[in-house]
Design a protein around this ligand. Structure first.
Ligand code: CA2
Length: 150
């Protein structure tokens, strides 16, 4: 079955434990449940990964890129967390593979501090969904199914 990678960056394992005014009360397990349902309806197998380490995220993007080239992976939904605003390495990793990536943010980063307004990921992402809470994740899967095979 074709996979879809759901990739989460640093501190997103803490979702639902603190800062509910910004990130809501749902946990990463709730994100996975929403994605599981959306992926199943699309006939895809979701693969969930979370890491606090930049290099690990680079490795998973490269791995998914190889799978995408073989036709085994449709693309990735990626919340890079704070690496969004700092990581040239993740920018280069996405640019270096033929993997459709949809960037997702739970909060509306454009309505927050200035340092969150710049994303190193957006220029190399197929698209971005921000500010819709955890509902952004299944919407990204839907977006991949509508655009990735094009
Ligand atoms: O809104 C998003 O999804 C972010 O990617 C979340 C990142 C933040 O650095 C980005 O600017 C926007 C932070 C993830 C940390 O999430 C926590 C959740 C609960 C408690 C502590 C951190």
């Amino acid at each position: 079955m074709t996979t879809v990678l759901i990739l989460n960056g640093p501190n997103l394992n803490l979702l639902g434990t603190r800062r509910p005014e910004v990130y809501g009360t749902a946990t990463l397990a709730d994100v996975e449940r929403l994605c599981q349902r959306e992926a199943r309806e699309a006939g895809l197998e979701p693969v969930f990964r979370q890491s606090n380490h930049e290099g690990q995220l680079v490795d998973w993007i490269q791995e998914a890129g190889i799978q995408a080239a073989a036709g085994d992976c449709l693309g990735a939904v990626f919340n890079p967390g704070a690496f969004t605003h700092t990581s040239v390495a993740l920018h280069d990793a996405i640019e270096g593979v033929r993997l459709p990536v949809i960037e997702v943010h739970i909060s509306n980063v454009l309505g927050r501090e200035e340092f969150r307004h710049h994303s190193w990921i957006s220029p190399v992402a197929r698209g971005t969904i921000i500010g819709l809470g955890i509902h952004g994740y299944p919407l990204c899967i839907r977006a991949l199914t509508m655009t990735a095979r094009a």
